[in-house]
Structure formats: structure tokens, C-alpha cells
Design a protein around this ligand. Structure first.
Ligand code: F6P
Length: 326
């Protein structure tokens, strides 16, 4: 017999399209199993301030297709303190919440891991970040939608770049990870892709551009992950301009447009699966672990591993991008 009578659910860190689908997956699975659900608003801040709202099956109607998060989100400094976590624990006890589902990225899981070392209310995580940079899962909620947003934007920029023979440096999100840059770069036929995982690429960029010029390319698209070693698209464009003074170079930072919008089919389905799996994990007495998807199967990864180990980009794809941009 499961100990779960009532669970909490929160979204934390940067929002990602599909978070609502995950909340719905959590609530409907809980209801199906006779478990009550409390929504915790504004992430860990709401846990510390006891900002709870009961969620029913009806509360999550008509949200699977919406971006953002019904529960709001935040990056919370106070949960990093022992006092903050103690307040959170007391509020959970008071509300008789037996377990919590945290939808967020590795920062959110670090907080959950520490909480579970100190207190016996189990936390289970769902990977939700457009960056796709969490170890132990092929997939994070929002990544697919963000990628599609980026490729639509880059395709449009390509039209005008070709019309004017211009070079565009396009900065995409990924503070410490190049997944969005690498995949969108391949999908849009970018001439170069600059990501934090591959060092020293900026050095060979000028040679690559000169080579493209010789082959009379009518436009150049360079996708830059925001966390690249050069300091982003503006810094890189300045360096390149020094050597190509007659080239018309433009810079675009796609920014938060990448975090919004209606989730793709993949994000809706996978977020629903993960929402369901997280509740089942709590029912099975799991704690301090994240549910993920590896080779299309649901997996359970300890928070300790998910936050400590680094998920690398597929090096074959880095090579492929180079081959295909000749
Ligand atoms: O973690 C997701 C992410 O979108 C990163 O790609 C980006 O660097 C960061 O969040 C931006 O966060 P904020 O909206 O808090 O500035």
C-alpha cells in the first residue's frame, strides 16, 4: 500500500514549453490513483511561503497545448539556505503533503537532492529545460519546441541573408550547453556552429568563411550558443569583421522567444509520460531521483548523478555539421 495520500507539484527555474503538459500528467495520474494534489506556485519560493493551491482533474483541463507554466516558476536563492529548506519542510508537514514532484533543470534538482538528505519527504524530478543538458535522459521538456522555434527563425533570416549576400551571427540559448545550437545548425544548414563543448572553433571560423567566399556562397549563417567561450554572437562578430571589412555582418540574439509557444507533439507526449512516471515513482517509494527517457524507455536516475555528471553533445553530429557545410 503506497504511503502517498497527497502530493505537491512545482515548476522551477526557466520555464519550458510542455511544463503544463507535465503538470497535467502528474495531476491526472495522481487522481487516477486516488491521490490529492497541491500545486505549489512560483517554484521553491512558493514552497517556502506556503503558496499552495489544490489541483483537480478539471484544474488541468485545456492546458496541454499552452506554453509557460500554470504554476509559475522562479529561481529561488532562499531554498539554498538551511533556514529556507526548514520553512519548506514545515509547510509541507502542515499541509500533509507526502511527496513532491519538481519539474525543472539541474539547479532545481540540486535543491531537491539536498532537501532529501535532510528531510524524509520524498522529491522526484522531471527534466524540464529547453537546454536539454541533463545527464541520464535523452530528452528534456521544451527542447523540441525550442528547436523548432529556432529553425523557423533561422530559415527566415536565411531568406534575407541570401537576398543581400549578408553574414548573420545568430545567438541561441544554452548558457552551458550547445544542444540547441548544434541541432538547429544542422537543421538549417548553418555554415558554422559555435558551442561551448568544442573549444577553439572560433579560431578556424575566419578560414571557414574565407573558404565559403571562394565558393561564392550567397549568405553565411553562424549559429552561436550563448555560452560559447568568445562571449556570444556580438563578440564573435566583432572579431570576424576585423578581417572581412567589406562583408555586411549582422547579429541577432533570438533570446526568450525560444522559451515560449505552444509545445510540439513530442513535448506534449513526452511531458505527459514523465508526469505519469514521476507519480508512479513516488507511489513506488522512490526519492531523490529524476525520471527521464533513454532510448524511448522511462528511466529513473538518482539526483546525485543527474546533477553531477555531464551530458555531452554527440561528437558525430559535430563532425557531420562540418562535413555538410563545405
Ligand atoms: O535554462 C534555460 C535557459 O533558457 C538558458 O538557456 C538561459 O541561459 C537561461 O535559461 C536564461 O534564464 P533567464 O530567463 O532567467 O535569464
Amino acid at each position: 500500500m503506497s504511503k502517498m495520500r497527497k502530493i505537491g507539484v512545482l515548476t522551477s527555474g526557466g520555464d519550458a514549453p510542455g511544463m503544463n503538459a507535465a503538470i497535467r500528467g502528474v495531476v491526472r495520474t495522481a487522481v487516477y490513483n486516488g491521490i490529492e494534489v497541491m500545486g505549489i506556485r512560483h517554484g521553491y519560493q512558493g514552497l517556502i511561503a506556503a503558496n499552495f493551491i489544490p489541483l483537480t482533474s478539471e484544474s488541468v483541463s485545456d492546458i496541454i497545448q499552452r506554453g509557460g507554466t500554470l504554476l509559475k516558476t522562479a529561481r529561488c536563492e532562499e531554498f539554498k539556505t538551511t533556514e529556507g529548506r526548514e520553512k519548506a519542510f514545515n509547510n509541507l508537514k502542515e499541509a500533509q503533503i507526502d511527496g513532491v514532484v519538481v519539474i525543472g533543470g539541474d539547479g532545481s534538482f540540486t535543491g531537491a537532492r539536498i532537501f532529501n538528505e535532510e528531510y524524509d519527504i520524498p522529491f522526484v524530478g522531471i527534466p524540464g529545460t529547453i537546454d536539454n543538458d541533463i545527464y541520464g535522459t535523452d530528452y528534456t521538456i521544451g527542447y523540441d519546441t525550442a528547436l523548432n522555434t529556432v529553425i523557423q527563425a533561422v530559415d527566415k533570416i536565411r531568406d534575407t541573408a541570401s537576398a543581400h549576400n549578408r553574414m548573420f551571427f545568430i545567438e541561441v540559448m544554452g548558457a552551458e550547453a550547445g544542444f540547441i545550437a548544434l541541432y538547429s545548425g544542422i537543421a538549417t544548414g548553418a555554415e558554422a556552429i559555435i558551442i561551448p563543448e568544442v573549444r577553439g572553433e572560433a579560431g578556424s571560423l575566419k578560414a571557414q568563411i574565407a573558404d565559403g567566399n571562394r565558393r561564392r556562397k550567397s549568405s553565411n549563417i553562424v549559429i552561436v550558443a550563448e555560452g560559447d567561450e568568445e562571449g556570444g554572437a556580438f563578440a564573435l562578430a566583432e572579431r570576424v569583421k576585423e578581417d572581412f571589412r567589406d562583408y555586411d555582418v549582422r547579429v541577432i540574439v533570438l533570446g526568450h522567444i525560444q522559451r515560449g509557444g505552444s509545445p510540439s507533439a513530442i513535448d506534449r507526449v513526452n511531458a505527459s509520460r514523465l508526469g505519469n512516471a514521476a507519480v508512479e515513482a513516488l507511489i513506488d517509494d522512490q526519492k531523490s531521483a529524476m525520471v527521464g527517457i533513454l532510448n524511448d524507455e522511462i528511466t529513473l536516475v538518482p539526483f546525485r548523478k543527474a546533477v553531477k555528471l555531464h551530458k555531452d553533445v554527440n561528437r558525430d553530429l559535430v563532425e557531420l555539421a562540418k562535413i555538410l557545410s563545405v
